[in-house]
Every structure is written in C-alpha cells, then in structure tokens.
Design a protein around this ligand. Structure first.
Ligand SMILES: *[C@@H]1O[C@H](CO)[C@@H](O)[C@H](O)[C@H]1NC(C)=O
Length: 265
C-alpha cells in the first residue's frame, strides 16, 4: 500500500489533535495501584507477618496489581517523600489507585516530630513543628494525593485503615478511629472520581465473627501486623467490602459477593 506523505501527515495531525493530552493515554488492561503502609506492603522474606496487598491479586482479573505500599509511612511522609508525585507519574487513565493510611499518622507533633504524625483536624488546619516545618492534616494530604491521580484520569479508592487486633483484650470489639471519618471527608473533597471503602469495619466484623482464638492467631508479633493467613483474610475483607459497596473495582473482581467470607454492612 502506498499513501502520499501529505495524506499521512494530515492523518497524523488529525490524530494529534484528537488526542493532545497524555492523560488520554490508556493501557490494554488497567493497573490497580496500592499506596499504604506496612499492613499493606510485601514484607521482607524472613518476616512472620505479611501485608494484605500481597493477597489482593488472587481475587483480581483483567487488571494488574502493583503494590507501592511501604512500611512506616503515613499520609504525611508518603507525601513529603514525593511518593504520591512519583506514583502519579506512572498512573494512566483507567487505572485505579487504592490509598489506605492511618497506622502511622497519629501521635503528637508538640514534643518530638517523627516525620509521620499529621496535624490534627479534618480540614485545612496546619501545625508548625519546633523545627519550623508546616504539617498538614490527613484529609489535606490525601485530598491532594487523590487529586494528583484523578488529574491523570485514574479513579481513587480511599480505604479506612485496618484495625489493630480487635480481640487482644480477650473480648472482641471495634470502634472506628478518626481516620475512617477523615477518609469520607477526602472522598467528598475529591468528588466523583473517588470512593470510600470501609476496610476497617469489614475486617473488624470478620474478626469478631471468627472470635478471639482465631483472630489472636493472626497476630504473631504485635497487635498491628498480621500473619500471612491474617493478611489473606484482610485482603478478602477488602474484596468483600468492594463487592458489597458495588465499587468501581467490581468489574475486576473474580469472586461473587456470596462466595467471599463475611457479610455486607
Ligand atoms: C477469589 O477466588 C480466587 C480463586 O479464583 C481465590 O484464590 C481467592 O482467594 C478468592 N478471594 C476471596 C476474597 O475469597
């Protein structure tokens, strides 16, 4: 086949006009990105614990899961280290970004600053540390992070943090932390391209149903980090919550709602 160069150039020019922005770039199949802390990340090989992000791919079809969670990080330190910025550079239209923080975001800024604690509050409050650093709130950090992703055409899921062992006292009970409310505020701030998954509530409900003995067995080291079996259950409850909420993740979930352990809230 032979085309004149002029026609070819005209064709390319039309194409260029039709798709000028790189945010229209799409993958053959979307990527599901995970941003979070040690409860989500892949543990080192000699660890007795595991993060739930490792088990999510077993329930996913038609999308790749890329786990960018890192131990010890908070909404603040993940931001300050430029990790949301670099994630946004990799994100393409049609991707889904799951953001789950909270375990390292608490603590006080008034004495020593560990680089992770956020400024308290649900809005645009700021705190200034003794060293003169201006620290934002959890909703501010995650709203900014989510907007970086939605600007690339991605959808964002803001997930409430996993609970610590809800049965550690010998009786199982759960009260959501303030971060659950903050997650809902983030979704409201971001708008239609963001949605909330109450992961913490689903995990807690599942643990309460399993009871003290089985739940305690999921925590071989401390009350925060789960065994591989615990992480599998925590991943399963994320899937259950997504199915029950009719999340944008549903087209990429292999399992039926009824087949996944637990019950809809
Ligand atoms: C979904 O099904 C796959 C098998 O196809 C299984 O490996 C996975 O654990 C299931 N997920 C849940 C949450 O039950």
């Amino acid at each position: 086949m032979k085309y004149s160069l002029a026609i070819l150039n005209a064709g390319l020019a039309t194409l260029a006009l039709a798709a000028p922005a790189d945010q229209n770039e799409k993958r053959a199949i979307p990527t599901i990105w995970l941003a979070g802390d040690s409860t989500m990340t892949k543990a080192s090989s000699n660890s007795a614990t595991q993060g739930w992000g490792v088990y999510l791919p077993y329930s996913i079809k038609g999308a790749n899961v890329v786990n960018k969670a890192i131990g010890g990080r908070s909404s603040r330190s993940y931001t300050v280290e430029g990790r949301f910025d670099s994630l946004a550079q990799s994100v393409l239209s049609g991707d889904i970004v799951i953001i789950e923080f909270g375990h390292n975001d608490g603590g006080s800024l008034s004495t020593t600053d560990n680089g992770r604690s956020v400024c308290g509050g649900s809005g645009s409050e700021t705190c200034t540390t003794a060293a003169g650093l201006v620290v934002q709130t959890y909703p501010t950090y995650l709203t900014n992070a989510a907007k970086l992703m939605t600007a690339k055409g991605a959808k964002v899921i803001i997930s409430s943090p996993t609970p610590n062992n809800v049965c550690e006292t010998g009786t199982c009970s759960y009260t959501p932390s303030r971060f659950t409310d903050y997650c809902k505020i983030v979704v409201k701030n971001v708008g239609n391209s963001a949605s909330f998954i109450d992961h913490g509530q689903y995990v807690a409900n599942r643990y309460i149903a399993l009871g003290v003995t089985k739940t305690n067995a999921f925590y071989p080291v401390d009350h925060t980090h789960t065994s591989p079996a615990g992480a599998d259950s925590v991943a399963g409850q994320f899937v259950k919550a997504a199915l029950c909420a009719n999340s944008i993740l549903v087209p990429y979930i292999k399992n039926s709602t009824a087949s996944v352990a637990g019950s809809c809230v």
